[in-house]
Structure formats: structure tokens, C-alpha cells
Design a binder for this molecule. Structure first.
Ligand code: GRF
Length: 203
């Protein structure tokens, strides 16, 4: 069975969706570890409850980005995962790490990329006046929120949506999309061809 390590900085509801999908058998992978840059992350409680090893690489304990990234890379390597999943990991991964795990890191973003990359994607969508919003699971490359797209799902933006209500509806989709993308990766169904991700076979 393939193994997956999750990187998360906060609440960890996407991480929980992975844990739950593994426990129902919907997702057939082993969760090798949680890595977080934030010692206060609620994701840590979720990992402990599910008996998943936790590695805390606290950004503030390193003199600079270089040292932090070295420690992060070592923590990633230590879990020896087939796939690394950024699920609410709030830092930009350095190019050294991205190059070290080519085609083996994916991210979930709460917008229909390439629209609204970066922070507060849901309020960017509302502020722009978009009528549909959604989420994207994509491979991580050296640019932020710009790698080849694996899965996208859309939700309608309602007249009275706030950032919170829209984020909540998008999150429900995220919790479905992310385990699905992980399973496709682990089944060897994703082939990157330039900017496109070809999905082969059937699940
Ligand atoms: C999600 O909206 C995800 O798309 C974004 O950060 C948020 C993390 O939420 N990258 P959670 O920590 O998984 O609950």
C-alpha cells in the first residue's frame, strides 16, 4: 500500500477527511505522518487521536528559511512517504524541497485556479463578483498555486454569501476532492503531461 504524509499548519479538517476516508476504507493508503510548522495546530490533536506520528518543525525555532527548509526536508524524508499532501500548510515550499520530491507533492486550494491564488481565496472570489467558486487539487511546482491541476469542483456563490459561508461550502467539496485525488495518485492513475494531468483508467 502507498503511504502519504500530510503537512498542515492549523485546523486540519482536510487532514481529518483523509483520516476518516482511510478508516472507512474509502481511501486505501497508509497515513505515514503529520508534519506541522505550528506547535499549536489543532491538526496535531487529530493525528494523536488517530495514532499518526507527528513531527513539529517549528518555523520560529530556526535562524532562517534555509535552516527551516533543511529540517522540513529531513522530516519529510524521515516518513519515507510516496506522496506529500499540503492540506492547509500555510508556507510556500522552497524550490529545493519541490525539486527534491518531483511530482510527489500535491496541494489543495480553495478556489478554481488559476483564479484567486494566494491567501483569502474565498473573499477574493466574492470581492471580484464571481458567480462560481470552488476548490482545486494540484501538483506543487515552483510557483505558488500554479502546478498541474488534478481535480476541481465548483460551488455556486450565493447572493448573501460571506467569506465564512462560502468557505464552509467549498470546504465540504475539499473534503471529498482531496481523498479522491490521493487515491488516484496512489493507484498510479495520474500522468503529468506539461500543464495537463491525464487521468488514466477508472476508479
Ligand atoms: C483549506 O481551505 C485549504 O484549501 C487551504 O487551507 C484551508 C485549510 O483548512 N489550503 P483545514 O486546515 O484543512 O481545515
Amino acid at each position: 500500500m502507498k503511504s502519504v504524509t500530510v503537512l498542515a499548519s492549523g485546523r486540519g479538517s482536510n487532514f481529518q477527511a483523509i483520516i476518516d476516508a482511510v478508516s472507512t476504507g474509502e481511501l486505501r493508503v497508509e497515513c505515514a505522518g503529520l508534519i506541522t510548522d505550528n506547535p499549536e495546530a489543532y491538526a496535531i490533536e487529530r493525528a494523536r487521536a488517530a495514532r499518526i506520528p507527528v513531527s513539529i518543525v517549528d518555523y520560529h525555532r530556526y535562524p532562517g528559511k534555509g535552516e527551516y527548509e533543511k529540517a522540513l526536508r529531513e522530516a519529510m524524508e524521515a516518513t519515507a512517504a510516496d506522496l506529500y499532501v499540503l492540506a492547509g500548510y500555510m508556507r510556500i515550499l522552497g524550490t529545493g524541497i519541490v525539486r527534491h520530491f518531483p511530482g510527489r507533492i500535491i496541494n489543495i486550494h480553495p478556489a478554481l485556479l488559476p483564479s484567486f491564488p494566494g491567501l483569502h481565496a474565498q473573499s477574493q472570489a466574492i470581492g471580484y463578483g464571481a458567480k462560481v467558486a470552488g476548490c482545486t487539487v494540484h501538483f506543487v511546482n515552483e510557483e505558488m498555486d500554479a502546478g498541474p491541476i488534478i481535480v476541481q469542483e465548483c460551488v455556486r456563490v450565493l447572493e448573501d454569501d460571506t467569506e465564512e459561508t462560502l468557505a464552509e461550502r467549498i470546504l465540504e467539496r475539499e473534503h471529498k476532492c482531496l481523498p479522491r485525488a490521493i487515491q488516484m495518485f496512489c493507484d498510479g492513475r495520474l500522468r503529468i503531461e506539461g500543464r495537463r494531468v491525464r487521468i488514466t483508467g477508472s476508479g
